[in-house]
Design a protein around this ligand. Structure first.
Ligand code: NAP
Ligand code: G4F
Length: 346
């Protein structure tokens, strides 16, 4: 049985990847952060009591800011594959917390690589590492962006990811480690954090449709993104670690839409005119914006035999339907006299 260790297992991608690897028969270890309230809602459905004989998902407290903890976890999990998905992943928040974001996203990657390097030396095992790189690294570079495009990061988050990318290349070349950088373009799902624009829109839309909310405040509607489905993208991560040689790959759909087009598509599904509900709030603008991300996934298609399965329309529909159902549950609570949390603002 292969063993995998996932940092960021409680996040959107971590939950889909854990599901995917468990289905493939892996024993999966995940690093979670201690929090004052539960933060495992995305993986609760996968968890069984570790005392059970057939348990294959194990969680460990740790943090990418804490190298001694990472080293201890590697010793316990004894992984064949390590997926580094942990990050302060919100671009606008990285302008509020630049130092922390750089530490976790950039130096955190270095801490993990160095811990894996020593673990390989001590154990004699081959350990393969996947690094969650981002299309944000391309930033202001002209679209379409491919593996050959030069990075031009536009936020502390993106600079941290560029550092992480180069630490990975360096460890691959210096120590002959199997490290693959995935350069993933935006990918979304019903499990997407509620402060990213797609989910912010579909969450608000559900509530608007059911009369629980009347306005949605957004920033720049002209930005274009290459949006895919997270469930499709975790397969590409895994495929990168199944190759004979480590390499770096762009993972994208090859189609881009603006935030305005996402709004139009989502609101049209429920027969509403988005312009009646959406208002501009400059709070959501970034000091430096990334205007246009459009990936060229030709290398991943050719070398990994990977293709996205979910179209833009299917993705938007999946998210809208999920969030309508969620809003319906909230409405039941409101009708019974309970309060629901206010809509997310970020
Ligand atoms: P996400 O939903 O924000 O999840 C981030 C995960 O990282 C969460 O499990 C979070 O834990 C964990 N984390 C945060 N700070 C940490 C720290 N200091 N130490 C250890 N873990 C920490 O992000 P995602 O969308 O799943 O993305 C996964 C990875 O891919 C991230 O590295 C992201 O930057 C990168 N990426 C994402 C996209 C995208 O479009 N989704 C595109 C390109 C690259 P808590 O649950 O406790 O907060
Ligand atoms: O949904 P977003 O916050 O995602 P962004 O900045 O593209 O970053 C995401 O994708 C990256 C991959 O390219 C990941 F690396 C990163 O971790 C994250 O998952 O914003 C998308 C666009 C931006 O141009 C933003 O300015 O939507 C625009 N936007 C307009 N109004 C808004 C809002 N974004 C947010 N979050 N909230 C708004 O109200």
């Amino acid at each position: 049985m292969k063993r995998a260790l996932i940092t960021g297992i409680t996040g959107q991608d971590g939950s889909y990847l854990a599901e995917f690897l468990l289905e493939k028969g892996y024993e999966v270890h995940g690093i979670i952060r201690r929090a004052s309230s539960f933060n495992t809602s995305r993986i609760d459905h996968l968890y069984t009591d570790p005392h059970e004989k057939d348990a294959r998902l194990f969680l460990h407290y740790g943090d990418l800011a804490d190298s001694s903890g990472l080293r201890r976890i590697l010793g316990k999990a004894k992984p064949d594959e390590v997926y580094n998905l942990g990050a302060q992943s919100h671009v606008r928040v990285s302008f509020d917390q630049p130092e922390y974001t750089g530490d976790v996203v950039g130096t955190g990657t270095l801490r993990l690589l160095d811990a894996v390097r020593d673990y390989i030396d001590e154990s004699g095992k081959e350990v393969r590492v996947y690094q969650a790189g981002s299309s944000e690294m391309f930033g202001a570079a002209n679209p379409p962006q491919s593996e050959a495009t030069e990075f031009y990061p536009r936020s502390p988050y993106a600079v941290g990811k560029v550092a992480g990318y180069w630490y990975c290349v360096n460890y691959r070349e210096a120590y002959d480690m199997f490290v693959a950088n995935g350069i993933l373009f935006n990918h979304e799902s019903p499990r997407r954090g509620e402060t990213f624009v797609t989910r912010k829109i579909t969450r608000a839309l559900g509530r608007i449709k059911l009369g629980l909310q009347d306005k949605l405040f957004l920033g720049n509607l002209d930005a274009k993104r290459d949006w895919g489905f997270a469930g499709d993208y975790v397969e590409a991560m895994w495929l990168m670690l199944q190759q004979d040689k480590p390499d770096d790959y762009v993972v994208a759909t090859g189609e881009a839409y603006s935030v305005r087009e996402f709004l139009e598509e989502a609101f049209s599904i429920v027969g509403l005119d988005w312009e009646k509900y959406v208002e501009f709030d400059p709070r959501y603008l970034r000091p430096t914006e990334v205007d246009f991300l459009l990936g060229d996934p030709a290398k991943a298609e050719k070398m990994l035999n990977w293709k996205p399965k979910t179209s833009f329309k299917q993705l938007v529909t999946m998210m809208v339907e999920h969030d309508l159902e969620l809003a319906q549950k909230e409405k039941t609570l409101v009708d019974a006299g309970h309060d629901i949390p206010p809509s997310m603002n970020d």
